[in-house]
Design a binder for this molecule. Structure first.
Ligand SMILES: [Fe+2]
Ligand SMILES: [Fe+2]
Length: 162
């Protein structure tokens, strides 16, 4: 695989990260409508982080003098049938991103593109944390079930940045 081909895959990751930003914003807006302002704030913060991920890759591409072709992400899912499905979607989304990051890392190694491999170590580590958060949140939502007091408590908890 030519280095240009590898840069193309990295370029696609910019779109994936922007797609994650859009999806988390959409989730945040949905939660806002459900009066779960703490959770809405948490997902808005996640959206900002996803934007930062995209910009981090943009910065790397510039350092590598690799051309950036900005491609729009697909429209996010706007409606959810339950709170549980929101958190399931968030976990599934992070798992998908982990696969994408791992694939870049693996290809970089196979192609001896050490500059890409080293740069993407940061993303491999970041995805571990992202999946931990998504799994913890889903586990708590399942634990909360139909208990409004516990739900409000968790909503308040997520409102406070760690
Ligand atoms: Fe990300
Ligand atoms: Fe993420």
């Amino acid at each position: 695989m030519a280095l240009e081909q590898l840069y193309k895959i990295v370029n696609e990751q910019i779109t994936h990260e922007l797609g994650a930003e859009m999806q988390y914003l959409a989730i945040s807006f949905w939660l806002e409508r459900e009066n779960l302002q703490g959770m809405a704030a948490w997902f808005k913060q996640q959206a900002i982080e996803e934007h930062d991920h995209a910009m981090k890759i943009v910065g790397l591409m510039n350092e590598w003098d690799a051309p950036i072709a900005l491609i729009s992400p697909p429209n996010p899912t706007l409606e959810f049938e339950s709170l549980k499905s929101v958190f399931e979607a968030a976990l599934a989304h992070e798992q998908r991103v982990t696969e994408q990051i791992n694939s870049i890392f693996k290809t970089a190694r196979e192609e001896s593109a050490w500059h890409i491999e080293v740069a993407f170590q940061w993303f491999v580590t970041e995805q571990v944390e992202e999946e931990v958060n998504a799994r913890d949140n889903l586990a708590k939502i399942i634990m909360i079930g139909d208990n409004p007091a516990a739900l409000l408590e968790f909503d308040r908890h997520l409102a406070t940045p760690a």
